[in-house]
Design a protein around this ligand. Structure first.
Ligand SMILES: NC(=O)c1ccc[n+]([C@@H]2O[C@H](COP(=O)([O-])OP(=O)(O)OC[C@H]3O[C@@H](n4cnc5c(N)ncnc54)[C@H](OP(=O)(O)O)[C@@H]3O)[C@@H](O)[C@H]2O)c1
Length: 178
C-alpha cells in the first residue's frame, strides 16, 4: 500500500493559506539557519499528490520547484490544461484518494507526499495519511483555508518529535495511530 506523508506549514490558528490562497504571511517569515528537514523529507518520497488549488498556486510561482513526479487530483483540470514545459512533470487524474493511492501502488510508489488543504483533509478522513510534519508559524491570520476539518470520528496521533526552528517556529512530527 502507498502511504501518505504530509509536510506542511500552518499559522498558529491552523491555516495553510488565506482564503484567496495567498501565502504572504508564510513568505515573510525570516529565513534562519536551521534546517527545516524539507530536503531530507523529499528524499524519502516517490512523488507528490496535490490538490488542484495547490497546483495552481505553485504553477503561479513561475519556477517549478519539484524534482519528483507530481500527480494533481482534479475533476476540472485535464492533462491538456498542463503547460507544455510541465507535461513530463505533472499528471492530472480524476480519481478518489483511495483510487489514486491504488494507482500509485500499482506503479511502485511506497510513499506519497500529500499536499494541499482540502486534499489533505480528504486523505486524512479516508485513513490514507501515515505521518505528518507540521511547522507552526507564530502568526494568527484569523481566517483562511484550514489544514484540518470535519471528521467522521476522532483520529489519534502519536507525537514522534517536536523541536523549535530558528527560535520562533515549532515543528512537530506525528504518526497516525492505526
Ligand atoms: N502552508 C503550506 O505549507 C501549504 C502547503 C501546500 C499548499 N498550501 C496552500 O494551501 C491552499 C490549499 O487550498 P485548497 O484546499 O483549495 O487546495 P487543495 O487541497 O490543494 O486543492 C483542492 C482541490 O483539489 C481538487 N480535489 C480533487 N480531489 C479532491 C479530494 N478528494 N478532496 C479535496 N479536493 C480534491 C478539487 O479541485 P477540482 O474542483 O479541480 O476537482 C479541489 O478544489 C493553496 O492555496 C495552497 O497553495 C499551503
Amino acid at each position: 500500500m502507498t502511504t501518505g506523508r504530509v509536510f506542511i506549514a500552518t499559522s498558529l490558528d491552523g491555516y495553510v493559506a488565506r482564503k484567496d490562497h495567498s501565502l504572504d504571511w508564510l513568505m515573510k517569515q525570516p529565513q534562519g539557519p536551521d534546517d527545516t528537514g524539507y530536503e531530507a523529507f523529499v528524499e524519502t518520497i516517490d512523488g507528490l499528490v496535490m490538490g488542484r488549488g495547490s497546483y495552481e498556486t505553485v504553477k503561479g510561482f513561475g519556477t517549478w520547484p519539484y524534482t519528483k513526479p507530481v500527480v494533481v487530483l482534479s475533476k476540472t483540470l485535464s492533462q491538456s490544461d498542463v503547460p507544455a514545459e510541465l507535461q513530463d512533470k505533472v499528471r492530472t487524474v480524476d480519481l478518489s484518494p483511495k483510487a489514486a493511492m491504488d494507482m500509485l501502488h500499482a506503479e511502485g510508489w511506497t510513499k506519497a507526499y500529500v499536499d494541499g488543504g482540502r486534499l489533505v483533509q480528504s486523505f486524512m478522513r479516508e485513513g490514507l495519511i501515515e505521518e505528518l510534519v507540521i511547522t507552526t508559524i507564530p502568526i494568527l491570520i484569523g481566517q483562511g483555508i484550514s489544514l484540518f476539518g470535519e471528521l467522521p470520528q476522532d483520529i489519534d496521533l502519536e507525537l514522534v518529535s517536536s523541536k523549535v526552528l530558528n527560535e520562533n517556529m515549532v515543528q512537530s512530527h506525528y504518526r497516525v495511530e492505526r
